[in-house]
Design a binder for this molecule. Structure first.
Ligand SMILES: Nc1ncnc2c1ncn2[C@@H]1O[C@H](COP(=O)(O)OP(=O)(O)OP(=O)(O)O)[C@@H](O)[C@H]1O
Ligand SMILES: [Mg+2]
Length: 263
């Protein structure tokens, strides 16, 4: 079943010179329930903007996004965002940070604490519940951020380059944990990344964006069960295809810049 339906979506931003910057153009995309979908594309093509629109943080200029039969106009507990920088509250302990996500929900204190603890266990951080963010590594902070998002039990997890700032080993470990969480909780995940290998390893479907204006160039369905072997020839082939597409898009972007300078 379709969970999200993005229809004829356009987004412009007003620039300082009063001109409109066309950021997203004519985006049409349906996202299924329990799907793990990734957005990949050149820097500035509007991936974060689209995620922010899905989160209800900013409005579309035209077109619409439906969540089931409801128009997305505001943020809601059914969607939670995880950013590249974990953005934890430094003055709160790990468990207090996770509990913060539950404050907006009206549940019993004891129940909330147990929920937060269970969620920390799911990201293997139960033993660090009383630590402060500055006492954690980057990967651990990111896991707290994921626990804080999941404790609200949203239908959709929106992740904007969540592992972008991490080293390769930590990233691999978190891939493993995220896939397990995704399988256990059956969430729908919309994942933005610059890392093609990461997208290919994690996603059911990858949407490749081009820029100026941001638009969908191609999509790839990946029908290989998890956990995936990174040497799988189908995955390697898709990875190479996406790389070629992105190289073409980036080259086009470069030419556009050149034309603008030349005229
Ligand atoms: N609030 C805003 N006001 C004006 N312009 C904006 C705003 N937010 C984003 N933009 C512009 O919209 C374009 C797309 O930005 P966005 O952050 O969505 O790109 P992105 O694909 O996420 O890039 P990256 O991969 O570098 O994170 C950029 O040209 C950016 O300058
Ligand atoms: Mg971005």
């Amino acid at each position: 079943m379709n969970l999200l339906n993005i229809k004829d979506l356009n987004k412009n931003f007003k620039q300082e010179n009063e001109n409109q910057l066309e950021v997203l153009k004519n985006i049409n995309l349906k996202i299924k329930e329990k799907e793990f979908i990734s957005f990949i594309g050149p820097s500035g093509c509007g991936k974060s903007t689209l995620l922010n629109i899905l989160a209800g943080l900013i409005p579309a200029s035209s077109g619409q996004v439906m969540l089931k039969n409801k128009l997305i106009q505001n943020p809601g507990n059914d969607r939670v965002m995880v950013f590249q920088e974990a953005a934890l509250f430094p003055w709160l302990t790990v468990i207090e940070n996770v509990l913060f996500g539950l404050k907006i929900k009206n549940i019993d204190k004891k129940k909330a604490y147990q929920k937060a603890l269970d969620q920390l266990e799911a990201v293997q951080l139960k033993n660090f519940k009383d630590s402060y963010p500055h006492q954690l590594s980057g990967g651990m902070k990111q896991r707290v951020a994921i626990a804080r998002a999941l404790v609200i039990d949203p239908e959709i997890l929106l992740m904007d380059e969540p592992f972008g700032a991490l080293d390769e080993q930590t990233r691999l470990m978190l891939h493993h944990q995220l896939i397990k969480l995704w399988q256990d909780t059956e969430k729908t995940i919309v994942f933005v990344t610059h890392n093609i290998r990461e997208a290919v390893k994690l996603s059911d479907r990858i949407i490749v964006f081009g820029s100026n204006p941001g638009r969908i160039v191609e999509e790839f369905k990946i029908d290989i069960p998890q956990p995936r072997d990174r040497e799988n020839p189908t995955l390697v082939r898709i990875e190479n295809k996406i790389l070629k597409l992105l190289e073409k898009e980036i080259k086009k972007q470069g030419e556009n810049t050149y034309e603008k300078i030349a005229t």
